[in-house]
Design a protein around this ligand. Structure first.
Ligand SMILES: *Cc1c(COP(=O)(O)O)cnc(C)c1O
Length: 472
């Protein structure tokens, strides 16, 4: 055996000081700092030393050490939350950040992030102001409400209004509306946390006015309707109209509240989309308070909006929980910019990404698929066959659960020689390669193929440019 003893080999590794003098490492120090670079170097040298326990291992040169150090530093410097291509076919994908914000909102947040702002200050009077005032008028204008307030999300809005009006009391909800929304939001659980007692009435499919009337007692504080946003009950069903619920509630002098869920501010039918109830309709049909999300169909930042009577919004604002759930200046600026776009419904489908993507025509998506087909086919030659498929996009986030939108996709089927069927592992490997790209491409695996629904692909050039980096 002529192998060099482990200790002698370890001694031949470059020292930290020598490695720091290497131009690649020196550049890392300049960009990422001394501490970060030295820590990476120590790790890399430690791993190299461990590897030398194998007596056949060669001693890595300074270039190898510098290269490994660079990879380590760059990997640590990469932001954890980053951009992806959402080709899943779900437009408002909760795991992929729901609504994409318009440029107007991006521009608006830059200033308030980088400079002090009049968040809670009335510039003209020179006195203290209210943060919600930046959006309250706009929300009232767009919904017809008397007053409005905004909080962290719609889950927070529901928690807040239950806690404000029904703490230690009872809230009546139909059994058909005891919903669960992804991510642990369940009406019965939120009731408990708001310190309210849930009184269930009716059955899963049918609830009648007499069910509500019979349930009202001394300690009833609210009647609540929860919009069935992520499912549909069909067939032999009966729900009590909102007007009737309002009458039943008002006879006993208690408020009637509606959790609308998605809550778009315009009639979507105007743009050829299925109808979704608006806050304005919910107010007109009797809701004293109506809550909805800012980052579902509305297409804004994550937030929850409560609209309704001024004398009901006031106590909400006085609840200490409101302080805990309030919106920060960045999201307020984004929300304000998004709401302003609603003042011109004609340009909304161009300017608001959520509506732009939802109204994208199948022919346009198909034309995009045809443009991409040759490039993607060439890139995947020998690995996967590519074809154009018909598919249905989902709106997502529980909005309009039964309505699907006609769309087109690229269908990638891994090729296996001699008539062998591609295995799940082949498809997973292909999907992983697309996810490993600088801007990860997220598709959907279905029936032995990887599907890219192109409805949400707007940066066509960016998608094509990074295909050359695909590691197959
Ligand atoms: C989505 C939804 C919620 C929760 O809203 P977030 O903004 O996600 O917190 C509550 N209720 C209904 C009916 C919903 O659809």
């Amino acid at each position: 055996m002529t192998a060099v003893p482990e200790k002698a080999k370890a001694a031949a590794l470059p020292s930290v000081d020598r490695a720091l003098a290497h131009p690649v490492v020196a550049e890392l120090v300049a960009t990422y700092g001394h501490q970060e670079t030295v820590a990476a170097l120590r790790r890399v040298l430690g791993e190299a030393r461990d590897a030398l326990r194998d007596e056949n291992a060669a001693i890595p040169g300074i270039e190898t050490i510098a290269g490994a150090c660079r990879q380590r530093v760059l990997a640590r410097a990469r932001p954890s939350q980053r951009r992806v291509f959402n080709l899943t076919g779900t437009v408002l994908h909760t795991n992929l950040g729901r609504a994409v914000l318009p440029q107007e909102a991006v521009d608006a947040v830059l200033d308030v992030m980088a400079y002090p702002s009049n968040l809670e200050f009335e510039v003209e009077k020179g006195s203290r102001g209210e943060r919600d005032a930046h959006v309250e008028q706009l929300i009232c204008e767009l919904t017809g409400a008397e007053a409005a307030c905004v909080v962290n999300n719609n889950a927070g809005a529901v928690l807040l209004l239950l806690n404000t009006f029904a703490e230690g009391k009872e809230v009546i909800v139909s059994r058909g509306e005891l919903i669960e929304i992804g991510g642990a939001f369940r009406i019965p659980d939120i009731m408990r946390r708001a310190n309210c007692r849930l009184v269930e009435v009716g059955t899963t499919n049918r609830t009648h006015p007499k069910d509500y009337e019979a349930a009202i007692g001394e300690s009833t504080a609210l009647i609540m309707r929860v919009h069935a946003s992520n499912y549909a009950i069909q067939g032999f069903t009966a729900a009590v109209p909102e007007r009737t619920l309002m009458d039943i509630a008002h006879k006993r002098k208690i408020p009637f509240v509606i959790d609308l869920g998605a809550g778009t501010l315009v009639d979507l039918e105007r743009y050829g989309l299925p109808h979704e109830p608006t806050p304005r309709e919910a107010i007109n049909s009797g809701g004293d308070l109506v809550s909805f999300s800012g980052d579902k169909l509305l297409g804004g930042p994550q937030c929850g909006i409560i609209v309704g009577h001024d004398d009901l919004i006031k106590p909400i604002n006085k609840n200490p929980l409101k302080r805990a759930l309030r919106l920060d200046k960045v999201r307020l600026a984004a929300l304000e910019a998004v709401l302003r776009l609603y003042r011109d419904p004609d340009t909304l489908p161009q300017k608001l990404p959520t509506l732009r993507l939802l109204t994208r025509r199948k022919d346009d998506i198909r034309a995009l698929a045809q443009r991409l087909l040759p490039t993607v086919t060439t890139r995947l030659a020998g690995v996967a066959e590519v074809s154009i498929g018909e598919c249905k996009s989902q709106i997502g986030s529980g909005s309009l659960p039964v309505e699907l939108l006609d769309s087109a996709s690229l269908v990638l089927s891994p090729v296996k020689g001699q008539g062998k069927r591609p295995s799940g592992a082949d498809i997973d490997r292909l999907a992983a390669a697309f996810r490993a790209l600088p801007v990860p491409v997220i598709g959907r695996v279905h029936e032995g193929a990887l599907h890219f629904d192109l409805r949400c692909l707007e940066d066509e050039a960016g998608f094509v440019a990074q295909l050359s980096e695909l590691a197959l």
